[in-house]
Design a binder for this molecule. Structure first.
Ligand SMILES: *Cc1c(COP(=O)(O)O)cnc(C)c1O
Length: 389
């Protein structure tokens, strides 16, 4: 096992915890940092952070597991871990274009808690709770139990809908965090979905391996492997999040035969530079995780201080594609505001295309031509063109 750059941060701020306590995910959940006073015991908070903590608790709860809290540098207000979980006053400021439901999920729910946006796959929200709360959460309207709306997933109605909708072949379990529910409850949901013959593919979207690696127990892995093919999308934004504990938890999932992808969110002051992103994706490959998506930050209420330009995202992809392992390069996407779904955005490598040829730009900026196949009747989609129907 390659240990370079992977390190543990335990016990950190919890020197009194025994190893048995520390490694127990329920102990971690009981000892989460959830108040300003607790955060201030360990960190030198800035006035803005103090204000942020007071302003936002009614909108999206504040909670951080000891494991993740240990990654925060106590004296560095620009710590990239800190920016993800410690609220700032900007969260209380709604800027133009921001929405409570930026991906338009509520409008695509045939059944409460089941989002059916794409032809052949659905998103099932199995809980509204997470181990820690990301301040840029796209689902903050229903997540953490303190917001205006409540998640009221109707499981029976969802299973019935899926039984009737034979076009659905892929079910994505998310939330909240799907791995926060008990092994038994998760097993019952997975078993019920597996009993539907046309559902070929199950996947779980989770940040538990990063926030709470102790939850990835051998028992959980043994249970999950009964439901193959089962894939998992995890959520790592910064290389420092990949500690030895996280790498080992990801290793247990990979050893259980679960293919792992990562979904990062591009965040200002966290991972919005090519060097950080390169370090992240290389560490992900070493943890047997394939970088899957890089998301442009959704236009969620109070996210302006965490969002970057789209140009910045393209610049980062440009610095990676061709310069490093293809497996390491995620697809940059924007979840189209209002419910358009994920749209890939890429630096323009096709610079010209007609019936005779396609003109390409490689990663070094050199230009190449590839002749089109004569007589083909496929429509030529020129770069930037809008298809008309
Ligand atoms: C992201 C998402 C999916 C899965 O999309 P993939 O591109 O297949 O990973 C499915 N449904 C909804 C509503 C989503 O937001």
């Amino acid at each position: 096992m390659n240990d370079r750059d992977f390190r543990t941060h335990a016990p950190g701020y919890w020197p009194e915890a025994t190893p048995a306590e520390w490694n127990d995910w329920r102990w971690q959940m009981r000892h989460r940092i959830t108040t300003l006073a607790q955060a201030e015991q360990h960190l030198r908070l800035t006035p803005a952070e103090r204000e942020g903590l007071l302003l936002t608790a009614h909108k999206l709860a504040f909670a951080v597991t000891p494991h993740y809290f240990n990654l925060i540098e106590p004296d560095n207000p620009n710590c990239p871990i800190r920016r993800q979980v410690i609220p700032l006053p900007g969260e209380a400021v709604v800027t133009p274009g921001e929405m409570a439901d930026p991906c338009g999920e509520d409008g695509h729910m045939p059944v409460p808690g089941l989002v059916h946006r794409y032809p052949d796959r659905v998103l099932l929200l199995v809980t509204d709770r997470c181990a820690s709360y990301c301040r840029y959460c796209t689902r903050s309207r229903v997540v953490s139990g303190v917001g205006e709306q409540e998640l009221e997933t109707d499981f029976e109605a969802a299973f019935q809908y899926l039984e009737e909708h034979t076009e659905v072949r892929d079910v994505l379990l998310s939330g909240g965090d799907a791995l926060l529910i008990s092994d038994d409850k998760l097993r019952r949901i997975l078993a019920r979905l597996r009993a539907i013959p046309h559902i070929e593919f199950l996947r779980i979207g989770t940040r538990i391996p990063i926030f709470l690696p102790q939850r990835i127990t051998p028992e959980l892995c043994a249970m999950l492997r009964e439901f193959h093919p089962l894939w998992m999308s995890v959520h790592v934004n910064h290389p420092r999040e990949l500690t030895t504990e996280v790498r080992d938890a990801l290793g247990r999932l990979a050893d259980a035969g679960i293919p792992l992808g990562n979904q990062s969110v591009l965040l200002a002051g966290v991972n919005d530079d090519a060097d950080t992103m390169r370090a992240l994706i290389h560490k992900l490959l070493r943890s047997r995780v394939r970088p899957y998506y890089l998301y442009q930050c959704d236009l969620i209420h109070g996210s302006a201080h965490l969002r970057t330009s789209v140009a910045k995202g393209l610049e980062i992809i440009e610095a990676l594609r061709g310069h490093t392992t293809g497996y390491a390069v995620p697809q940059y996407v924007i979840d189209a505001p209002g419910g358009g779904g994920k749209v890939p955005v890429s630096p323009g490598y096709v610079v010209y295309h007609d019936k005779e040829k396609v003109v390409l730009r490689n990663y070094e900026g050199r230009i190449f031509e590839y002749p089109e196949k004569p007589g083909d009747t496929s429509a030529v989609v020129r770069p930037g063109a809008i298809l008309e129907y």
